[in-house]
Ligand binder design. Sequence first.
Ligand code: GDP
Ligand code: MG
Length: 370
Amino acid sequence: PEAITVQELANRMAEKGADLVKAMFKMGMAVTVNQTIDQDTAELLVTDFGHNVRRVSDADVELELDTTEDNEADLKPRAPVVTIMGHVDHGKTSLLDALRGTSVTSGEAGGITQHIGAYQVTLKDKSQITFLDTPGHEAFSDMRARGANVTDIVVLVVAADDGLMPQTIEAINHTKAAGVPMIVAINKCDKPEANPQKVRERLLEHEVIVEEMSGDVQDVEVSALKKTGLDDLLDKIQLQAELLELKANPDRAAEGTVVEAKLDKGRGPVATILVNRGTLKVGDIFVVGAESGKVRAMIDDKGKQVKKAGPSTPVEVLGLSGVPMAGDQLQVVDTETKAREIAEYRQGVMQQKRTTQAPASLESMFSALK
Ligand code: GDP
Ligand code: MG
């Protein structure tokens, strides 16, 4: 094998780079983690750490994470998670804002609403709907590519004056591929040139048969601008959600999905987590993708600090070791050591994938060194 950096070797041994540097210092070698070392030195280090090399593997990670199925009896109804998709300028943002009840696009003072990437609407009957605030096919397919299928229902927005456009068709295909039910919102119906019937007819060509055309896809005429048809749309989302019988166990260690994440100047790494099951609480220790952490604080979509978040609730989480990726899964674990070990192992795996010449596994690296 070629020369390897101290950090790479550390990653493959699931050890800390700093510990290797320390060990080498004791051997009389002053190096930094970024320095490359030769095979003999690497072998020496492997032997030196041999007795306590933690062979964390995929199997170990699986064991540490509680991924057991929930008992039917523990499941409680949860709010549907909705993504709005459609062609650019067909009114996705306007509709999201109209549904939220605050218009950000029109430049009004939004008040206390926080844009954290998702929000919840509470209906008159107190039931809730969660909207993913990151419309766009990229976010949707990025998340799906990462194994996250967070959306229960897609609302396809089609402008009645413009009809089916390339991104409309793309959205239809994404939705079909994900196997998610769709509701068609025919928007801009306030416009004189609006032709909702033509939209319905064109949808037929893509095997989207709406109720008006004797199909089973719900459709609704709306105007995000005039705020008409919104209750009708919310009703249809609820109806669709009832058919799906969405449930989750709120009384278990939380699991969630990263909706968006960023490095905030004042607050450090923050991630919006959509809780899938369980209840996430302040103080919980977690692993999220290749990062770990302890929930320091949680902020909801109204900018309010909350102590816990149940299924289908989006919350901004503070207290991460770094910035995870959209679509990464968050899992609550027992101890910080475990969380760190899993995160470090995953970082090692990621690094290994990036280094193309690297041996495929820790085992093969060990044998290669012999
Ligand atoms: P997005 O690109 O899909 O997010 O579309 P936007 O929400 O940004 O809307 C694009 C443009 O269409 C904006 O100028 C909106 O004001 C306008 N628009 C959105 N909804 C309606 C509507 O229901 N009626 C009319 N007349 N205009 C709308
Ligand atoms: Mg937009």
